[in-house]
Design a protein around this ligand. Structure first.
Ligand code: SAM
Length: 200
């Protein structure tokens, strides 16, 4: 999965990492930042997605530039039959940028892109094998119950930014940890990833 990243993906990942760094250094106002996951967090979600059950859809909330979607695709391309991957982004400009990412990497047909609000789109997806939540900690709580309900037994939910935005994510984390349908832990990788697994 991680040892043979196609050249087009490697090159697009490097380009987006450089753009993210430049924006944070002052090249763009914070509202326009891509806010890509850290590289090590990208590697982690690839491995986690590779551990998800066979049955069910894979979903990403917060496509951004498509950077994290590329990491998820590395896990999916090894599976047969290949699971459905849906990625949801509210901002039309970011969704266009992600479309360019997918075209450049020749993976457009492997990703179902949705432009809209994550909480509303989620209701249309059916059972989930894997979910990656990265659409801003203040939006997590609105999706929590819907996601846990949709996860198949053994299904995984990975959530970014729980260390970097501890206060904003606190209520969501407390409620998720108290949900008897899942078991949870926090991985201090990148900006902090909370992992929940649906009990069988
Ligand atoms: C941290 S960025 C995503 C970065 C991306 N996962 C990556 O690593 O490349 C968060 C994204 O979530 C989007 N977003 C914010 N609120 C949303 C919502 N309610 N529904 C869908 N997307 C949302 C933002 O527009 C932004 O592009």
């Amino acid at each position: 999965m991680l040892d043979d990243i196609p050249a087009a993906m490697r090159s697009r990942m490097a380009e987006l990492e450089a753009l993210d760094r430049a924006q944070r250094a002052g090249a763009a106002p914070p509202a326009r930042w891509l806010r890509t996951v850290d590289r090590e967090a990208g590697r982690l979600i690839t491995v986690l997605a590779g551990c998800a059950p066979r049955a069910g859809t894979f979903v990403e909330l917060g496509t951004g530039s498509g950077y994290s979607t590329l990491w998820l695709l590395l896990a999916l391309r090894e599976r047969a039959p290949r699971p459905r991957l849906v990625t949801i982004e509210r901002d039309a400009d970011k969704a266009s940028l992600a479309r360019v990412t997918f075209e450049r990497c020749a993976v457009t047909e492997l990703v179902e892109q949705r432009v809209g609000d994550a909480a509303s789109e989620l209701r249309t997806l059916g059972p989930l094998a894997f979910a990656f939540m990265d659409h801003g900690p203040s939006n997590y709580e609105a999706c929590r119950d819907g996601l846990v309900t949709a996860l198949v037994p053994g299904g995984l939910l990975a959530v970014d930014n729980v260390d970097s935005h501890r206060r904003l994510a606190a209520r969501f984390m407390r409620r998720l940890a108290a949900d008897p349908r899942v078991e949870t832990c926090v991985l201090h990788v990148g900006k902090g990833i909370l992992l929940a697994r649906r009990r069988r």
